[in-house]
Design a binder for this molecule. Structure first.
Ligand code: LLP
Length: 417
């Protein structure tokens, strides 16, 4: 399930909610990011359905797609926000969230940032003993805080870079230091109102999730002031049709049983928080790019496009798979191509992909690009970052314009050389 793109082929044209995608490329040029608001709303509804019967608070992980209009859409949908920097908190406030709806879950943060976030009135999440001690000294029990634990589940992840539950990962307070944590809580009378764990999507299965939850539930009994558990993000969506990913409805049903048991034992109904990023916005986003050069080197057929890892870094950084479709040739004969970007180094979007016959001028659509796409883009090779379009209420709205030379030079200071 979970892999239901809203892209449709109708009368030879690729459409998203009645918007002709090639038409958008003509109007705004390429490369271009396009997001489908209705898909985001559907994912939110699915998330809520999966955890029905539980006091659920969804906090959208702003880091995955932080355009202010996406945040406004989240606010309108009645969900909260997960932020990892003071700037993301400010984005949230600008989008209309109240501080109470925002959680701040930074990593390797200055303590001064925690103070500022506390002054702003957002929920505080602390992930290391050093800052927890400073928090105790500064606030004692005047302000509650949530602690992020690292439950030391050895990740069977293929991608070490994002396996946060590993006991050597930098995230969270290690369970091996739990006695130190307890001493700090006692010494400063800390009011621990939440326990947080976040697992990487690379290891997420219902089994691993429940294993983590049980470890946390056991420890939670030591904290009498709990109001919520925060299980972070990491719920994966399928990278391609048929990929076997976690079934959120099944996860919700199985989780409810152990959660209800825990609450009964704890003596109080707690809230359940999640911080999904990719689950909500991943499939809603597409990167559109034009084929600039077709070339053959050795026995490889290259489709060289007007984008690169400066616009979508996931394939090069994580070896992530993004499905690619030639939307200019719905009926072209399938052939094998390597789709490569225009940066002056190895810059692959996908190797050996079967695509409908590709010619220069065709538009390729890179799917599942809503999460960690634009937000991780850069100006490498002095290229402009693409515009972003939001399809909402049957209209395609420009929500970020393409950069210009002025943007590239804005912060440079020319000196006499
Ligand atoms: N909460 C915390 C504390 C996190 O660290 C993250 C992501 C999330 C929530 C949201 O996770 P999601 O539901 O989106 O998986 N750039 C990488 C992903 C890094 C994720 C970092 N933390 C990628 O492109 O795959």
């Amino acid at each position: 399930m979970n892999c239901e793109s809203s892209l449709k082929l109708e009368n030879g044209k690729y459409m998203i909610r009645d918007i002709d995608i090639l038409g958008l490329c003509k109007k705004y040029g390429t490369p271009l990011y396009v997001y489908d608001a209705a898909k985001i709303s559907e994912q939110i509804a699915l998330f809520r359905r999966a955890f029905k019967g539980i006091d659920l608070k969804i906090k959208f992980a702003a880091k995955s797609l932080s355009n202010i209009n996406i945040l406004k859409l989240m606010k309108k949908e009645g969900i909260g926000l997960d932020t990892v920097s003071l700037q993301e908190i400010q984005f949230g406030l600008q989008a209309g969230f109240s501080p109470e709806e925002i959680v701040y879950t930074p990593n390797i943060e200055y303590f001064s940032e925690i103070i500022k976030a506390a002054e702003m009135g957002v929920s505080i999440n602390i992930e290391n003993l050093s800052n927890l001690e400073k928090f105790g000294k500064e606030f004692g029990n005047r302000i509650p805080c949530c602690i992020r634990l690292n439950p030391n589940i050895i990740a069977e992840a293929e991608r070490e870079k994002v396996s946060n539950w590993h006991n050597q990962s930098k995230f969270g307070i290690s369970l091996f230091q739990f006695d130190k944590l307890e001493k700090l809580v006692e010494k400063y009378h800390l009011r621990i109102n939440g326990i947080h764990i976040h697992s990487s999507h690379a290891i997420m299965t219902t089994e691993i999730f429940l294993k983590g939850a049980k470890i946390i539930f056991d420890l939670a009994k030591k904290f009498p002031d709990l109001e919520y558990f925060d299980f972070g993000g990491g719920i994966k969506v399928a990278d391609f049709e048929g990929e076997n990913v976690i079934d959120i409805v099944e996860l919700g049903a199985e989780f409810k049983v152990v959660f209800d048991e825990f609450c009964a034992e704890y003596g109080r109904k707690l809230q359940l928080w999640f911080e999904p990023g990719r689950f909500l916005v991943g499939e809603s986003g597409y990167l559109l790019t034009e084929v600039v050069v077709r070339k053959t080197n050795g026995d490889v057929e290259f489709a060289g496009v007007d984008s690169g890892f400066n616009h979508l870094i996931r394939p090069m950084m994580y070896g992530a798979f993004h499905e690619i479709v030639n939307i200019s040739k719905p009926n072209g004969i399938k052939q094998k191509y390597s789709v490569v970007g225009n940066l002056c180094e190895i810059d692959d979007f996908g190797r050996d992909r079967m695509l409908n016959e590709v010619s220069e001028g065709d538009i390729l659509m890179i799917k599942n690009a809503g999460a960690y796409g634009f937000v991780m883009s850069s100006n490498y090779n002095a290229r402009f970052r693409p515009p972003e379009i939001l399809i909402i209420n049957e209209e395609a709205e420009l929500i970020r314009k393409r950069e210009t030379m002025e943007d590239l030079l804005r912060n440079q200071i020319e000196i006499e050389i």
